[in-house]
Design a protein around this ligand. Sequence first.
Ligand SMILES: C[S@@+](CC[C@H](N)C(=O)[O-])C[C@H]1O[C@@H](n2cnc3c(N)ncnc32)[C@H](O)[C@@H]1O
Length: 184
Amino acid sequence: MLPAKAIVEIGAGSGTNFQFYPNQCALRCVEPKVEFKGYVDDSLKKRGEHLASVEFVQGTGELLSQIESIKPGSVDYVVCTLVLCSVKDVSKVIQEVKTVLKPAGKFYFLEHVYASESSKLVRICQNVITPISKLLLDNCHHNREPWKALESAGFSSITYQRKSIAKASFISPLRWLCVGIATK
Ligand SMILES: C[S@@+](CC[C@H](N)C(=O)[O-])C[C@H]1O[C@@H](n2cnc3c(N)ncnc32)[C@H](O)[C@@H]1O
């Protein structure tokens, strides 16, 4: 039998991504808020029965490699969705992701990001609401550009798309996503 794939999800929240993981993987959810553990347990019952094992670890992406059960160079896949907007240090998190991945391991990300240079009105809106959302929504930034840190982190390859998910006339600060895969 093949060994279980080791997956780390940074900022797993309530565990909405569990349904997308392959059968029989060993999942570690790294989440700063211990109060999410109850939601993770609920998600496990609803959409996590195919997983081989799940460990909830209270911690942050910035300190990934210091977590006892996540050794450097031991992880097949790291996953991060809608988290880099609110971490303290995007570059540090990405460096830590690279540290814990095995050679050729993959980092899957989906983040809401700063709009393109041509979407000036959306950018203005994102800059205006960011100080408010930082205060009210747990440090959530609407004007981050995480692909820049990814590109300078030294992955062997990165593919990503940065795109709007709403009609051009709709000025929503959340409408720009950056979705991709970086390979160590
Ligand atoms: C918007 S929620 C996204 C939850 C989940 N990833 C999803 O897509 O449904 C952001 C999550 O990131 C977590 N988070 C914030 N800062 C973090 C950090 N430095 N390291 C790891 N997770 C963090 C929050 O506690 C929260 O669970």
